[in-house]
Design a protein around this ligand. Structure first.
Ligand code: CAO
Length: 451
């Protein structure tokens, strides 16, 4: 028995590729053509088979290593006789159109390349050959490995699906792309149901969504692109927004408030406090008005907890803040116990911290109701996404002057567009309209806040 080194063969366009799977370990018996490692370029993945039979001694590559032609994969105590006895004379699964493994250096040296995620027919050579190599009779040592082509493995990795848990429906239990999709759907359905059960009124959340997989597009085919990873905040807020959007039945009620007098008061207050460096913002006034509305309509200050509604006796108001790294929601605590001046100062501090990425976790939790103000930017009405487990969110757009009929004539009035999204499981449309109308009244005549 001779010790031989198994090297990466000529892999053509696949020079300098990453090792994404090591399929054997020291002590394993392998047969000729049995896959040893899987490598992956940015375009495709492939399995590299052994050119010899024998027992693996040392492995010289690990996950993440980059290899090229000539890189030593492992050393093997060769056993040609055993290998030839173990090899099948005719691969049982070979499709009629499979390329001969003896024809061409590429095919002799390695399993054929497969496209990363493109669906392939079950008989495609790209799937059939590596599978045969892994499951050749006598290769019992690797029979526990999930039986799947490189493209299916890559697809599963992208979705985070553990192939060990997937039941293959292909020939000899081979896992197909469809199996991976079905597994994902089943898990998503189960997860969605579990989450819904814990936050809804207890009703079964219904069937899994059964959505199509996300479209995979090679954008570079259509023009130059720049690829950039999502920021940490975007990843976190995106996952939350997605869950909230999917799980909460949203309805948005649009209303407007005449803030002409309020704006005059704000400008006046700012003049008076200019020397103190305090700048009253519209948001501070809206927070006060929202607290008054929450007191009048406690359902808006509630959260679903299984089959119960939890009515909060405190008034912590979140506000969406646009930061260079993405959206965050600082929470201003006990807004009912604070005056406009203190709210204004705390808003400024929290906004600054948000922009600088210095908010503490405790400054972003415990909110009862959120305000998303795009008023400083523009737009007219939008549908904000509820910040679970809250049951409503108020979106503010840019106020604008409009002629309003006062019974005798048209008068110019400053109008603030307000969009109230609410969880229809908790709040009825009529209640939402009343909440918004009340808010509008308070903002039109801020003295009502004291009532
Ligand atoms: N209509 C017209 N003008 C408005 C307004 C409104 N509704 N609200 C604010 N403005 C004006 C202010 O008067 C101020 O103008 P001046 O500088 O001339 O005085 C300017 O816009 C900036 O307002 P501000 O300093 O008072 O800030 P703000 O309180 O409006 O907002 C904050 C603070 C943190 C909410 C804001 O900076 C922000 O991040 N907004 C974006 C929120 C967001 O992204 N929401 C979307 C979430 S869903 O994707």
């Amino acid at each position: 028995m001779a010790m031989v080194e198994i090297k990466v063969p000529d892999i053509g366009d696949f020079a300098d590729v990453a090792v994404i799977e090591v399929l054997v370990k020291p002590g394993d018996s392998v047969v000729t053509e049995q896959s040893l490692i899987t490598v992956e370029s940015d375009k495709a993945s492939m399995e590299i088979p052994s050119s010899q039979s024998g027992v693996v001694k040392d492995i010289f590559v690990k996950l993440g290593d980059r290899v090229a032609q000539g890189s030593v994969i492992l050393s093997l105590e060769a056993s040609e006789a055993a290998a030839s006895a173990a090899l099948p004379t005719a691969p049982p699964e070979a499709p009629a159109n499979a390329p001969s493994q003896a024809s061409g250096a590429m095919q002799k040296a390695m399993a054929p390349v497969s496209a990363p995620v493109a669906p392939q027919p079950a008989s495609a050579p790209a799937q059939a050959v590596p599978a045969q190599a892994i499951h050749a009779p006598g290769a019992a040592v690797v029979s526990a490995l999930p039986h799947a082509s490189p493209s299916v493995r890559k697809f599963a990795r992208e979705l985070g699906v553990p192939l060990e848990d997937v039941k293959g429906s292909g020939p000899k239990g081979r896992i197909t792309e469809e199996d991976v999709k079905n597994f994902t759907k089943a898990v998503m359905g189960g997860a969605a149901r579990t989450q819904a059960m814990s936050s809804s009124a207890g009703a079964d959340a219904g069937a899994p969504l059964g959505l199509l997989p996300w479209p995979k597009v090679d954008f570079e085919k259509f023009g130059p692109v720049i690829r950039q990873d999502l920021s940490r905040i975007k990843k976190i807020s995106g996952a939350n927004l997605h869950r909230n959007w999917v799980m909460i039945p949203h309805v948005t009620n649009h209303e407007h408030a005449d803030v002409t007098e309020l704006e005059a008061l704000r400008v006046q207050l700012n003049k008076e406090n200019e020397k103190a460096g305090v700048k009253f913002t519209l948001l501070a006034f809206v927070i006060k008005a929202v607290v008054a509305a929450l007191k009048k309509f406690p359902d808006f200050n509630a959260s679903l907890d299984g089959e119960a509604l939890v009515y909060k006796q405190y008034f912590h108001i979140g506000f969406a803040a646009d930061t260079p790294n993405g959206l965050v929601v600082p929470v201003l605590r006990d807004a009912d116990q604070k005056g406009l001046m203190q709210i204004t100062q705390e808003l400024a501090e929290l906004s600054k911290k948000a922009r600088e990425g210095k908010l503490l976790p405790g400054e972003m939790t415990g909110g009862c109701f959120t305000i998303s103000s795009l008023g400083g930017i523009g737009g007219r009405y939008f549908s904000p996404i509820i910040n679970a487990p809250e049951v409503a969110i108020l979106g503010l757009s840019k106020s604008f002057m409009e002629p309003v009929w006062n019974g005798e004539a048209f008068a110019p009035r400053l109008t603030l567009p307000m969009s109230l999204s609410y969880d229809h499981r908790v709040i009825d449309g009529a209640l939402a309209a009343r909440f918004n109308a009340y808010l509008s009244q308070i903002l039109a005549d801020f003295r009502r806040v004291m009532l």
